[in-house]
Design a protein around this ligand. Structure first.
Ligand code: ATP
Length: 238
């Protein structure tokens, strides 16, 4: 079985006195695409932020490549190969597309490799190539999401955490984003995908987890979960 890249054990995260994540255990193995689904406010984003060092953890542990990363900052985590593409994307709106991609590679100093990877991103996202000199803030929501993904990939992540990439996009853009997620996965990037679009997220994943009110209530093979009457009733509108 493939190496465990990320292991989360007994994770608790609180905002002030209120626990948002209440003891969560899961793992992601090398080469996997794992989807974390659940309704609004379940604690998915909070979990991702704790993993990437953006929020302190109250209890439990997180290890990446077998080492505890508890208490390490977000910058450090990117250097280790753990990259998050946040909900709302967080692109640099006053920079061009190319400048955003260069920023994504801030931890690298291999100029030729960076230039090559920018071309690779343009092959993966032709729309970004057409608009390479455009200011990122003037692009559509879907284009900005593509840029956010491409920028994340520029850091050569070992694990990419994608927080709700389909949020707020038109159906055509949602299709495009899922196509690209699948393509990136096929190219060998390990991913954890946080989504409210449960059916799409499970249909491309190896495994899935369901989060409700700060705890994981279900886990399993993604295909099996898609057919599970409880998942279908709660998340697939049946
Ligand atoms: P969504 O899909 O709506 O983003 P989520 O599953 O990602 O949902 P979180 O954003 O992790 O959920 O929120 C979990 C809980 O923590 C919610 O009750 C939310 O109101 C609360 N919360 C999130 N951010 C903060 C904050 N900065 N301060 C206080 N409470 C917060």
């Amino acid at each position: 079985m493939a190496n465990v890249l990320l292991k989360v054990s007994g994770l608790e995260v609180a905002y002030g006195g209120i626990n948002a994540v209440k003891g969560v255990d899961f793992e992601v193995r090398e080469g996997e695409l794992v989807s974390l689904i659940g309704s609004n406010g379940a604690g998915k984003t909070t979990t991702m932020k704790a993993i990437t060092g953006l929020l302190p953890i109250k209890a439990g542990d997180i290890s990446f490549l077998g080492k505890s990363i508890k208490g390490r900052g977000a910058w450090d985590m990117v250097k280790e190969g753990l990259v998050m593409i946040p909900e709302g994307r967080g692109i640099f709106t006053r920079m061009t597309i190319v400048e955003n991609l260069q920023m994504g590679a801030f931890i690298r100093d291999d100029k030729a490799g960076i230039a090559q990877d920018i071309e690779r991103m343009f092959a993966l996202f032709p729309r970004l190539k057409e608009r390479r000199a455009q200011l990122a803030g003037t692009m559509s929501g879907g284009e900005q999401q593509m840029l956010a993904m491409a920028r994340g990939l520029m850091a050569q992540p070992k694990l990419l955490l994608l927080d709700e990439p389909s949020m707020g996009l038109s159906p055509i853009m949602v299709d495009k984003i899922f196509e690209v997620v699948e393509e990136v996965y096929k190219q060998g990037v390990t991913m954890m995908l946080v989504e409210q679009n449960a059916s799409r997220a499970l249909s491309i994943a190896d495994r899935g987890y369901v989060m409700e009110s700060g705890i994981l209530t279900m886990s399993g093979e993604a295909q099996q979960m898609l057919n599970d009457p409880r998942v279908r009733a709660a998340y697939l509108g049946e």
